[in-house]
Design a binder for this molecule. Structure first.
Ligand code: ADP
Ligand code: ADP
Length: 226
C-alpha cells in the first residue's frame, strides 16, 4: 500500500476561496517527499486535510490504505503532525508535554516516560525537561513539536514549513534528525518555501500552484531540468 493516495481533492473555504482544485497525489511508503509552491498555492490546506485539521469539500484521501471518510481513527494513528504554529500549553513543562501526548494515545506511563526521555535526548532538549515551554527558544519549540509528533511512533510524519524562521545551524541539525527518522522507515512529507531544503532532504517532490499539482518528479530529475 501507498503511504498517501489523494484523488480529486477539492477545498472551498466558507468565504468562497477555492484553495484546492482537483488535486491528485501519491506518496510511496518510506519516501521523503516535499510539497513545494508559492504562498497561497494550497500547501497548508493539503497538509491540514491530511492531518484532519481541515475538512475537505470533495475527493478521496487514503493513508496507509485507511480512507479518511470511513477509517479516520486508524488513519490518525499512522500520522504525526508538526504544525506551523506553536500550539502547546505555555506553562506546561517540556517533558510533561510529551508524556501527556503519549497519554492521549493510551501509551502506559512508564513507556511514555521512557519515550519522552529518548526524544528529548535525541533532540538536545533533555536539559530543558523541567522548563515551561514558553521559556524555550524558537528552535527548541520546533524540536519539541517534532518530538511530540513522534511520541506514538507514527508511520508518517507530516511537517508544515518545519524550519521556517529557524537559524541555519539548528536547521541543519533538524535536517539530520529527519534523515535519521526517515532511514528508520518513517515516511516524511513536508512543505517548504526553500528549494534548498527540498534539495537537501527529499527524494521526490511535487510542485503545487493554484490548488493543483503542476509538476511531480524525482529531486534528481528536477535539478537536471533547472
Ligand atoms: P502560509 O503560506 O504560511 O500557509 P497563509 O497566509 O497562506 O500562510 O495562511 C496562514 C493561515 O492563515 C492559514 O493557516 C489559514 O488558516 C489562515 N488564512 C489564510 N488566508 C486566509 C483567508 N483568506 N481567510 C481566513 N484565513 C486565512
Ligand atoms: P500555502 O500553504 O501554499 O501558502 P494555503 O493552503 O495556506 O496555501 O492557502 C491556499 C489558499 O486558500 C490561499 O488563497 C489562502 O488565502 C486561502 N485560505 C487558506 N486558509 C483559509 C481560510 N481558513 N479561510 C479562507 N481562505 C483560506
Amino acid at each position: 500500500t501507498a503511504a498517501i493516495t489523494i484523488r480529486g481533492l477539492e477545498k472551498t473555504y466558507p468565504n468562497g476561496m477555492r484553495a484546492l482544485r482537483g488535486l491528485d497525489l501519491d506518496v510511496a511508503q518510506g519516501d521523503f517527499f516535499a510539497l513545494l509552491g508559492p504562498n497561497g498555492a494550497g500547501k497548508s490546506t493539503t497538509i491540514g486535510i491530511l492531518s484532519s485539521l481541515v475538512s475537505k469539500s470533495a475527493g478521496k484521501v487514503s493513508i496507509f490504505g485507511h480512507d479518511l471518510d470511513t477509517d479516520l481513527m486508524a488513519a490518525k494513528r499512522c500520522i504525526g503532525v508538526v504544525p506551523q504554529e506553536f500550539n502547546f500549553s505555555q506553562f506546561e513543562k517540556t517533558q510533561d508535554i510529551l508524556i501527556n501526548q503519549a497519554g492521549y494515545y493510551g501509551i502506559p506511563a512508564a513507556e511514555a516516560r521512557e519515550r519522552s526521555e529518548h526524544f528529548l535526548r535525541r533532540l538536545s532538549l533533555w536539559d530543558k525537561r523541567d522548563v515551561a515551554s514558553r521559556m524555550l527558544s524558537g528552535g527548541m519549540k520546533r524540536r519539541l513539536m517534532i518530538a511530540r509528533a513522534l511520541i506514538h511512533e507514527p508511520k508518517l510524519l507530516i511537517l508544515d514549513e518545519p524550519t521556517a524562521g529557524v537559524d541555519i545551524e539548528i536547521r541543519r541539525s533538524m535536517w539530520q534528525f529527519l534523515e535519521e527518522i526517515n532511514a528508520q522507515g518513517v515516511t516524511i512529507i513536508l512543505t517548504t518555501h526553500y528549494l534548498e531544503e527540498a534539495e537537501q532532504l527529499c527524494r521526490n517532490i511535487a510542485i503545487i500552484d493554484g490548488g493543483q499539482i503542476i509538476h511531480h518528479t524525482g529531486m534528481r530529475e528536477l535539478l537536471k531540468e533547472l
